[in-house]
Design a protein around this ligand. Structure first.
Ligand code: ADP
Ligand code: MG
Length: 687
């Protein structure tokens, strides 16, 4: 192509940038940058033997070329070898290409055969190169790439990295034999440059034995990392809590207007069990939206408070944190506990007061946003950190969280207990692979008296009908949520859409008292709108996804989600969970706009078919992969690149077993393997 005028040094800087955007930095990154598919360029085909759909490589001459304008401008050429002729066609082309064709002479071309033997074959946009060049002896890899980075550049970089890297096997012979694993170096070579005749489907579907080895190694590394994290945690010290006499917990229960479900009692017992140990609890509390996780958190807090330690509760949004604050204050202040609030939006003076109260220990139960884990916050004696909707926090935040509160006590590193809560149920397969380091408690039963939310799908041409529903619901003394369309591209546009949606609804429903809640309101404004809705001074709450988590207004019985096709499954499930929280029958209307993409219609179908959070999570995993569940999407950290925890379940099992064996008998192999696969991810291992 055209000669580059960019000086060498800055061009390679540009290239490096492109490589980096693909996560390719060190040699080993390139070694593991495995092809998506392959092209067979090992042979020159004869025109007399080609067939439609085949990828071919031909050598011959261009006998004729012209630019035609019917039906549109295109470049046509006739190409001939000694067995026949075909047409070439370019719909987009440069004058330079035109010139090259006119020059004549022997050329090599590559492309996919179209047409029929009856009307003649043609190649569209064939690739051209010099004839007579040596043919490769192996299949040509096609790598995942990014815009502006051509295959030849990646191929070259991978080849160079391969030649510089020693691919010594990390696994002892015995392990390789036991699990019938091919050698690592050979597997890597086989995947970059497969021998002619290798089944292309086995390669692209990752079923080839070489793939088995790579997937095994990846899963093994993950299991080893988790085991290391668990071992490291058990080395740490925590304050063991006394569960008895439990007066504070008893006092809390007495003040409730309900009694705990069996499922809630079970998970509280599990938490208490952990709190008594000398190493930190690291437990995930799962329960579908509305299953009553908050009181479980309250009970755990009561135990730790009674032992004379501080408890912190952190939530991902101000709205959610504030709801917790209100609830905890109501529950704990009558019991003589000092409940404090900390968020980034507090005025300087109030923030300083809160910070001081946290440091002196005067504040006993502290609720807030991620402001709680800022550097300048020092707890006096933090015994338990509760994190609500923990998967919404990024890896970095979870890291500083795990470091928070570690402090020296009698020369020992003491770490607070940690309870993570999530309403996004994590499918079993995922929990076993990624969260093997976590203990998991599940609230598998909803409080009594709930009727499941009925979900309806409405095309948006039925909006008028829907408005009538809203009026009716409001007339019956119920409250309604209206979720604004999601505009992911731009925050400004999102805001505008919310404002417009609210204005339009106010006009359409002029006898309904409505309010608007969005992320750009300041804390006070948000709190005011929320309070007005809670106290039923508003009938209709128009909101963005800020209401997604935790909002709890049992009198709300109708939820409308506009442009539901734009939301993810987990998000829709969370939103729907805002209704059906009381005794009244509730409805969730998913308003969608045609045409629906396949994925979107699958999502809406899933929402229509089930209200079971686990089932929804399973389908979500199928559609989006595990990153979403574990909150690592923002960090850009790919969790598993090669293995698929559902499809490769058997390999997962083998890797677990092998990890155990390695840790017991081959500690050097563990070191080597982790070093190879986890370099740069040490932080992740710790979370
Ligand atoms: P989530 O698990 O979604 O955080 P919450 O803790 O907000 O759920 O609880 C949802 C609603 O159910 C709240 O109004 C709460 O007071 C109520 N609730 C919790 N536990 C019970 C119970 N055992 N019996 C009746 N209502 C309960
Ligand atoms: Mg909650």
């Amino acid at each position: 192509m055209s000669a580059s005028v960019v000086p060498q040094s800055s061009r390679s800087g540009l290239l490096d940038k492109k490589f980096k955007s693909l996560g390719l930095e060190y040699d080993f990154d390139f070694v593991l940058h495995l092809p998506l598919r392959y092209e067979d360029e090992t042979a020159i085909h004869k025109i007399s033997q080609i067939y439609p759909g085949q990828s071919v490589q031909l050598e011959g001459v261009v006998t004729h070329s012209e630019v035609v304008f019917k039906p549109r401008k295109q470049l046509l050429a006739t190409f001939k070898d000694d067995t026949g002729q075909i047409s070439l066609r370019w719909i987009h082309f440069y004058p330079s290409q035109q010139k090259m064709l006119e020059k004549g002479g022997l050329v090599r071309i590559r492309g996919e055969v179209r047409g029929s033997s009856m009307w003649g074959f043609e190649l569209i946009h064939p690739k051209m190169s010099k004839a007579g060049e040596a043919l490769p002896k192996t299949l040509t890899p096609v790598y995942p790439t990014t815009e502006g980075l051509a295959q030849p550049s990646i191929r070259k970089a991978v080849l160079e990295a391969l030649s510089r890297t020693v691919l010594a096997d990390t696994l002892p012979e015995a392990i390789q034999q036991k699990y019938l694993l091919p050698n690592f170096a050979q597997s890597i070579q086989a995947l970059h440059h497969p021998a002619v005749g290798t089944d292309p489907d086995e390669l692209t579907q990752k079923l080839h034995p070489a793939w088995l080895r790579i997937k095994f190694d990846e899963l093994l590394a993950q299991q080893l990392a988790l085991a290391a994290a668990r071992a490291a945690r058990q080395q740490k010290k925590s304050f063991p809590m006394q569960i008895q006499p439990g007066e504070l917990a008893a006092g809390l229960l007495k003040g409730l207007e309900f009694s705990l479900t069996a499922a809630q009692q079970k998970v509280i017992a599990e938490i208490n069990h952990d709190l008594q140990r000398e190493y930190p609890m690291h437990r995930l509390l799962q329960g579908d939206v509305g299953s009553g996780k908050t009181i479980v958190a309250g009970m755990a807090a009561a135990t730790v408070l009674e032992n004379g330690f501080q408890v912190a509760i952190m939530a991902p949004t101000e709205i959610l944190a504030e709801q917790h604050f209100i609830k905890m204050k109501k529950w704990f202040e009558p019991l003589g506990i000092e409940v404090a609030w900390l968020s980034g939006s507090l005025r300087t003076k109030a923030k300083q007061e809160a910070t001081n109260a946290i440091a002196s220990g005067q504040a006993q139960l502290i609720i807030g946003t991620q402001a709680l884990i800022q550097k300048n916050i020092n707890f006096h004696r933090l015994g338990l950190m509760i994190v609500d909707e923990q998967h919404r926090f990024g890896v970095g935040q979870r890291l500083s969280l795990s470091r928070k509160g570690e402090h020296l006590l009698q020369n020992q590193y003491m770490v607070p207990h940690q309870l993570n809560m999530s309403a996004t149920p994590i499918p079993r397969s995922l929990a076993m692979t990624f969260l093997a380091d976590l203990e998991v408690s599940v609230i598998d039963e909803l409080p009594p008296g709930r009727t499941p939310v009925v979900t309806k799908l409405f095309s948006d041409n039925r909006r008028d009908e829907l408005l009538e529903h809203v009026r009716q619901e409001v007339k019956n003394g119920r409250q309604v949520y209206w979720v604004c369309p999601l505009v992911e591209e731009s925050e400004a546009l999102q805001l505008q859409t919310a404002v417009d949606t609210h204005a339009r609804l106010q006009e359409e429903l002029d006898d309904v008292r409505s309010g608007l809640l969005h992320g750009r309101l300041n804390t006070q404004e948000k709190a005011n709108v929320m309070a007005a809705f809670v106290q039923h001074e508003l009938d209709l709450l128009v909101a963005t996804t800020v209401i997604e988590v935790g909002v709890d207004v049992p009198n709300a019985s109708l939820m409308i989600i506009e442009h539901a096709e734009r939301f993810g499954l987990a998000q829709l499930h969370q939103l729907r969970g805002r209704v059906g929280r009381g005794q009244v029958n509730s409805v969730c209307v998913l308003l969608y706009q045609q045409p629906l993409s396949k994925v979107a219609s699958q999502r809406l179908k899933a929402m229509y078919e089930t209200t079971d959070g686990f089932e929804i999570a399973r389908r979500d995993l199928e559609q989006r992969g595990p990153g979403e569940f574990l909150g690592v999407r923002q960090s850009g950290l790919a969790l598993l690149r090669f293995a698929d925890i559902e499809a490769d379940y058997q390999i997962v099992e083998q890797a677990r077993e092998a990890a155990k064996e390695l840790r017991e008998n081959y500690p050097e192999a563990v070191e080597k393997h982790l070093h190879r696969w986890m370099r740069g991810k040490e932080d992740y291992i710790r979370t």
